[in-house]
Design a protein around this ligand. Structure first.
Ligand SMILES: [Zn+2]
Ligand SMILES: [Zn+2]
Length: 294
């Protein structure tokens, strides 16, 4: 994507597709529609500071499977994330009565000192689910409201950091593992791109896109073809579901060679939600949330 106008046009087209499917609630689609320009601007304005190279994993450690940094040490723009919380709460408020109630509960808890947003954001960074899980219980009408705020507020800074860290990966870095080589998190989608159909993972934490094996489970590294299956649905050309009988997980794979359009993984994930429903009906599990925290 080279300019904001092209990005906006692409997003608008994808949102139109998502609306026409009539699967996801309008409140959710409108929420994402309003969040996109906010996070796009924030991405350009994010300030992140990289640790010294010596403080990151060595090339040897990375060849053995270590990520470049642990999530706890991953650069982020915490000040920006905290600044984004109020406008995100306003957008949440406008996306339906349940969401509005959740936003109001969160605002009151922040004002009363019952919710420390910085601590909530750190919990998400550290992958420590206890704090966020407690808020899911307190917000029954919109249980993922705080996950959404934390994920969306941190995303621009994390993506800015990933863009700076990517070039530090060693040349010929192997791709035998499914996790993100920058932060060690799981991918929420995989993509096929290029003439030879190379496969890439899209990180559920930092958004980085990285090579993975073409035929292997990105969650448990199973590579026995007898344990790996895939299925497609005629209505969704260019999307397939890769399932693994060893770990019981599935991941959607978007074939951008067939889709004849530019990729915008967070929206393409939403646009193919029918396939998530299908995979889950067959008993397979998705180990990651969407790029929006729900
Ligand atoms: Zn990552
Ligand atoms: Zn597996």
């Amino acid at each position: 994507m080279h300019d904001d106008q092209a990005a906006e046009k692409l997003a608008a087209q994808k949102l139109k597709d998502i609306r026409s499917q009539e699967i996801l609630p309008e409140g959710l689609i409108a929420l994402v529609e309003q969040v996109l320009p906010l996070t796009r601007r924030a991405r350009a304005e994010a300030h992140v500071f990289l640790p010294a190279r010596e403080a990151m994993a060595s090339d040897d450690a990375m060849f053995a499977g270590s990520p470049l940094l642990l999530r706890h040490d991953f650069p982020r723009d915490m000040d920006q994330a905290l600044t984004l919380a109020p406008p995100l709460l306003d957008i949440l408020s406008a996306s339906g009565p349940d969401a509005a109630e959740a936003a109001q509960t969160l605002r009151q808890a922040i004002a009363a000192g019952e919710l420390d947003l910085r601590a909530a954001f750190m919990a998400l960074i550290d992958g420590d689910d206890a704090l966020l899980a407690a808020w899911r219980e307190k917000l029954p009408g919109s249980p993922r409201a705080l996950d959404f705020i934390a994920t969306t507020a941190l995303a621009p800074g994390l993506a800015a950091a990933a863009a700076l860290l990517g070039p530090l990966l060693p040349p010929n870095h192997p791709h035998e593992h499914g996790h993100c080589p920058l932060c060690g998190s799981l991918p929420y989608l995989t993509l096929l791109q290029g003439k030879e159909g190379q496969r890439f993972g899209v990180c559920s934490f930092c958004g980085f896109t990285y090579r993975v094996r073409r035929i292997a489970c990105v969650y448990c590294d199973e590579a026995d073809q007898k344990k790996l299956k895939l299925f497609r649905v005629a209505e969704y050309p260019g999307v397939r579901v890769d399932v693994c009988e060893t770990c019981g997980m599935y991941v959607k794979t978007l074939d951008y060679r067939e889709m004849d359009r530019d990729c915008l993984p967070p929206l393409d994930d939403m646009a193919s939600v029918a396939l998530d429903i299908l995979a889950q009906q067959q008993g397979y599990k998705r180990p990651t949330l969407s790029a929006w925290g729900f």
